[in-house]
Every structure is written in structure tokens, then in C-alpha cells.
Design a protein around this ligand. Structure first.
Ligand code: DMJ
Length: 634
């Protein structure tokens, strides 16, 4: 049975009537339609006419929306399932989607549309939209060069060769990109509020938000995100949010709990966060809590070598290494010094500083370094480096280098041992780890693996441009600033060269002549955890150079976070695949450092007030908590 012949249905059929050939089919169709039309009742005809007129009027009225949606279709379509992905409706060949949800709720879809035009809700930012729209159009016509400038495709080869020229497209892009500061600051506040909403609604008082499943992770059970975010709220001027978090600290937070915590993580996030909030607010509530957690962490230092264990039970007062080893991580034991030293200064109790200074003195004398570069592990029994052979500025070693410089600054640039170790290490980086990629000559920091150079660079290494710039600002060699600028460019390229505009966790640089692209990403390294290191360095570079391009780069990154990681019901999620803009695949976790660091550094980057956490008065710990440079030292 032809579906159209069912009783009660009106069917107008154009095919299969059999009597006409191709030549007279038009005429036949006209007659057939007319015959069918005449067979309809007056009511049926009126209904059809009414519907057609209505459709016509609606079509005219919604014309701009319709066209807009057509443009939007290439980016994705919202699924009715609230936890579903932005699925492309263009016929792309895609990997099978993982069905665990995605930030593609209605708000996200409209957000994506707005952001495609560089837009958010406030008027000041809308001004930016016009420029970004133009830029987007230019991107569609040409492509983004390795310098981040948009280059006319026809002139690409010439432009890349001339990349350093004053009148190159890259330079012009920088000069043209002065933006209203207020709109960008407001955009960061909005991002924070959105993240905070998710945390408040689904994870209040817990460690980490799981924004897709609208639940939480417990790591230490100490309200990690809330504490990590305290000083960010203060700096961003989010008074209401700050007060509700403070009330939780006053009434709910207790460290008298039978839980194992990681010494390093709880020092940089909790102790660091409480100390900096105390300094910013002057409220002794935070100092009291800092003393409490600081004293509870001390059992970690009771080891044969005085190199602390990784884990402490803050309720029982016991400490231990991980189950499978008696080693600790070098970065972890050498990146708790700023916080414990400050605790001693504030409490006038020397044991905190003594414990962490002893580690630095010990590591200073240890054998096993290569030109000032340290291995990744150290044994808590004999105090020796272990698993020697890999030298990296990435995971497990990174903040050792950062804290050499920052301890020197914190103490008033008096401790020559710290300075010597830092300067030697930077020379070690230059000699052993620095290379240029092919074809575009990006300067990058690789790794030394059992005597062999490996062109692998963690996103974590992107703290280095900022640290180098901070050193140069404090009187260290000017070539540190040159290197900082080169590495900053590379870290930015780790974002713009990805399809989502977000950096993966780890990249590999090509060094062979004839390579067609500078950066490769292995399948397992394609995730983005909302990490701060690149925007952190952008903040330092902008503070010291005032070059607006660093703000522009930060703005681009914020927009990409909003586009690919924002979850409409609240919060942001880390993602699995920065190379698939159609399906970045959410990991359902918002790390506490997104609020503690990433958004804070973005806000400070967009601020033109050098006194908003002056870098001559404060030194940031490795979790972005500002601690004072000691007054006697100034
Ligand atoms: C943070 O906890 C700190 O910045 C640490 O130094 C490195 N890892 C995360 C952010 O990536």
C-alpha cells in the first residue's frame, strides 16, 4: 500500500503514476496535481493554504536565525539528550563517540555560536566580536601561520620567510589588537562564576567537581577546589562568592581527619592557598587553618634521610612513601619550601623552615646532576637520586627549577646557593635540552633520556618562559628574557596548531629537515587538563614587556576553553582529545587548579594594573598563590 493512500491522509504523489513519459511529464504532473487538489474538500484546501501561508510568514520572520543556523551546522548540532555531544551533521568520518556526555547543553551550543564570533554576553566584549569575526573570515580564507598571524595563502611562503620583518602580518596583527581591558576581565569573572556554580551545585565542600555527571571526586576530602580558589575570588573581586567560601572554611573545614594526603599537593594547594588568603585579607581565620595543616604535615619529614615521604595521614600523624617504592619525586620534595618558610616567618616557629631548607642543602650537594639538571626521583632512606637517566623540565622535576629562583626572590636575593643552582640549571637546559623544530624553527625544551636527546615536551614545561622572565626582571642575564620570549611563542603554538586551539598534555617536535609540521601529538597525549602553565607565562611576559600580543594569546585561549570545555549546567571539564573539535570527549573532571591558577593568571594577564599583586612584592607559589617577598629583603 502506498503510504499516501491511507485513509485520513492527504497525499500528493508526483511519481509512479505510469501514464506519462519523460517528455510530457511536466504537463502530466500539473494535471494530476490539479485533479488531486480538486478532489480535496473545501476544509482540507483551506487548511493546506493556511499552513503554507503560515510557513511563509515564519520563514521570512526567522530568516537571520535560519541563515545563522546554517552557518552553525558545520560546527555541530545539539542533541536533545542533555549529556550528549556536539555531533557534526556534516558527513565527516568520525571515531565512534564515547557515550558519557559532553558540554553540549543548549547554553553551550549558543555559547559556541557566539564564540565563533569572538563574542560573550557583555557589550564591551561584543566590540571584540567584530574584530574576531573579521579575523575568523581571514582565517577561513588563509591559514594561521606558525607565528599565529593570519597569512594570505598565496603569499604564505614569502610571509613565513619574512616573519621577523617589522611590517610582516604578524607584527601588524599585534599592533591592531588593542582591546578593552574591562571586557576581558569581565569574561574571566564570568568564567569563574560559571565554574563556581558547578562546584557549588554539585560538589560543594568536596575536592573536585565532576561537571558532566554532576557529582564530585574526593581526593583528600578537604574541599580542595574551594581552598585553592579562595585567593582567586579575592583577586577577581568576587566578594559574595568569597564570603560563602570563607563561611565554609570557618564552620566546616577540619583537618582532624583520618586521611592520607600527598605532602606536595596539600602544601601547594591548601597551605599555600590559606597563607596567601591570609595575606590578601588579613583575616586570621586563614592563618589559623594554615598553622593547623602545616603542623599536621610535619610527620612527613621523619625519614632516615630527612627527604620527606610523599604521603601523610593528617589525623594519625603518620607518614609513608607510596606502597610500591621508598622514593619520593624530586619536584615534590623541593617545591614545598616557599610555603613552609613563610609559615615559619609568620609563626616564629623555626621547625618548618628548617625541615625544607635541609632538603635544599642536601640536594645541592648530591651527585647525579647533569649540568645542574636533576633526575626525577630521590630515595627517602639513603637520600640519593634514583632511576637516574632522564632529565626533564616536565613532570617530576619542573618546579624544582621554579622554586630555586622563587626562594631566592622570597628571601631577598641573598641566598647565593639557590641562585647558583638556578643559573647552572638554566645553562644545563641550554646545553642539553634546547633545540629548534623543523620546518619553522620553534625553540623547545626536550628531554635527555639515557644520554639521548628526546624531542618530547610536556605542557608543564610552559612554566619556564614565565620563570625565566621573572629571573630577568630580577637582574639575571638578559638572554634569559630572550629565551623566555622564544619559548613563549612555542607554548602558544602548542595551542594554535591544534584543531581545538587547546594544547595537548605532551607534544613531540619534529627536527628532521623536510618535516612538514613542527608538532606531533601521540594518541595517548591528546588530553587537556585545563592546565595553567601557558597562561601563567603569558602573565609574566605581559607584565614585563607590555606587549599586547600576550594578552591577545591569552584571550584566544580563554575563548577555546569556553568553546570546548565549558559545561552548560556549570563547571568546565578536562577533555581527552584536543585534535577533534567535533568531539573533544570530556573527562568529567574540573581540576582545582583551573580555579586556583588558570583563571587567576588569565585575570592578572588582562589587567593593566601592575599593582594588582605586584611582582616586586609577591612571589607566586607553584599553585599561583601569592606569598610576600620578605619585607626585610626589599
Ligand atoms: C599544579 O598543581 C601546579 O601548577 C603544579 O606545579 C603542576 N601541576 C599543576 C598544574 O598543572
Amino acid at each position: 500500500m502506498h503510504p499516501g493512500s491511507r485513509q485520513g491522509y492527504v497525499s500528493i504523489s508526483f511519481v509512479g503514476q505510469g501514464s506519462g513519459n519523460y517528455n510530457n511529464s511536466k504537463q502530466w504532473r500539473r494535471q494530476s496535481c490539479w485533479r488531486k487538489w480538486k478532489q480535496l474538500s473545501r476544509l482540507q484546501r483551506s487548511l493546506i493554504l493556511f499552513t503554507l501561508v503560515l510557513l511563509f510568514i515564519c520563514g521570512i520572520a526567522s530568516y537571520p536565525t535560519v541563515t545563522e543556523q546554517f552557518r552553525g551546522l558545520t560546527d555541530g548540532e545539539q542533541d536533545t539528550d542533555t549529556n550528549s555531544v556536539l555531533r557534526p551533521i556534516t558527513p565527516h568520518v568520525l571515531p565512534e563517540p564515547v557515550k558519557q556526555g559532553h558540554p553540549s547543553l543548549p547554553e553551550q551550543l549558543s555559547q559556541n555560536r557566539l564564540q565563533r564570533n569572538g563574542n560573550t554576553s557583555d557589550t564591551a566584549v561584543e566590540d571584540k566580536a567584530a574584530d574576531n569575526k573579521k579575523k575568523k573570515n581571514r582565517e577561513e580564507e588563509g591559514f594561521v601561520s606558525w607565528r599565529g598571524a593570519v597569512i594570505d595563502t598565496d603569499k604564505a611562503t614569502e610571509s613565513i620567510k619574512d616573519g621577523e620583518k617589522e611590517d610582516s602580518p604578524a607584527k601588524q596583527e599585534v599592533k591592531l589588537s588593542k582591546e578593552p581591558e574591562a571586557g576581558w576581565l569581565k569574561a574571566v569573572q564570568e568564567a569563574f562564576r560559571h565554574a563556581w556554580k558547578g562546584y557549588k551545585d554539585f560538589a560543594w565542600g568536596h575536592d573536585e567537581l565532576r561537571p558532566i555527571s554532576k557529582s564530585y571526586n574526593e581526593w583528600f576530602g578537604l574541599g580542595l577546589t574551594l581552598i585553592d580558589a579562595l585567593d582567586t575570588m579575592w583577586i577577581l573581586g568576587l566578594k559574595e562568592e568569597f564570603e560563602e567560601a570563607k563561611a565554609w572554611v570557618a564552620t566546616e573545614l577540619t583537618f582532624n581527619k583520618n586521611v592520607d594526603v600527598n605532602l606536595f599537593e596539600s602544601t601547594i594547594r591548601i597551605l599555600g592557598g590559606l597563607l596567601s588568603t591570609y595575606h590578601l585579607t588579613g583575616d586570621t581565620l586563614f592563618l589559623d587553618r594554615a598553622k593547623d595543616i602545616g603542623s599536621r604535615l610535619m610527620p612527613a619529614f621523619n625519614t632516615p634521610s630527612r627527604i620527606p615521604y610523599s604521603d601523610v595521614n593528617i589525623g594519625k600523624g603518620t607518614a609513608h612513601p607510596p606502597r610500591w617504592t621508598s622514593d619520593s619525586t624530586v619536584a615534590e620534595v623541593t617545591s614545598i619550601q616557599l610555603e613552609f618558610k613563610e609559615l615559619s616567618r609568620l609563626t616564629q616557629e623555626p621547625q618548618y623552615e628548617a625541615a625544607v631548607a635541609e632538603i635544599m642543602n642536601h640536594v645541592h650537594k648530591l651527585d647525579g646532576k647533569v649540568d645542574g639538571l636533576v633526575p626525577m626521583f630521590i630515595n627517602t632512606n639513603n637520600g640519593q637520586f634514583t632511576h637516574q637517566g632522564i632529565y626533564t623540565l616536565g613532570a617530576r622535576a619542573d618546579s624544582y627549577y621554579e622554586y630555586l629562583l622563587k626562594q631566592w626572590i622570597q628571601g631577598g636575593k641573598k641566598d647565593n646557593q639557590l641562585l647558583e643552582d638556578y643559573l647552572q640549571a638554566i645553562e644545563g637546559v641550554k646545553k642539553n635540552l634546547l633545540q629548534k623544530s623543523s620546518p619553522n624553527g620553534l625553540t623547545f625544551v626536550g628531554e635527555l633520556s639515557h644520554g639521548q636527546f628526546s624531542p618530547k615536551m610536556d605542557h608543564l614545561v610552559c612554566f619556564l618562559p614565565g620563570t625565566l622572565a621573572l629571573g630577568a626582571h630580577n637582574g639575571l642575564p638578559a638572554d634569559h628574557m630572550d629565551l623566555a620570549k622564544q619559548l613563549m611563542e612555542t607554548c602558544y603554538q602548542m595551542y594554535v596548531q591544534m584543531e581545538t586551539g587547546l594544547s595537548p598534555e605532551i607534544v613531540h617536535f619534529n627536527m628532521h629537515q623536510g618535516s612538514t609540521r613542527d608538532i606531533d601529538v601521540k594518541l595517548a597525549d591528546r588530553h587537556n587538563l585545563l592546565r595553567p602553565e601557558t597562561v601563567e607565562s603569558l602573565f609574566y611576559l605581559y607584565r614585563f614587556t607590555k606587549d599586547r600580543k600576550y594578552q591577545d594569546w591569552g584571550w584566544e585561549i580563554l575563548q577555546k576553553f569556553n568553546k570546548y570545555t565549558k559545561v552548560s549546567s556549570g563547571g568546565y571539564t578536562s577533555i581527552n582529545n584536543v585534535r577533534d573539535p567535533d568531539y573533544p570527549s570530556p573527562r568529567d573532571k574540573m581540576e582545582s587548579f583551573f580555579l586556583g591558577e588558570t583563571l587567576k593568571y588569565l585575570y592578572l594577564l588582562f589587567s593593566d594594573d601592575p599593582n594588582l599583586i605586584s611582582l616586586d612584592q609577591y612571589v607566586f607559589n607553584t599553585e599561583a598563590h601569592p606569598l610576600p617577598i620578605w619585607p626585610s629583603a626589599a
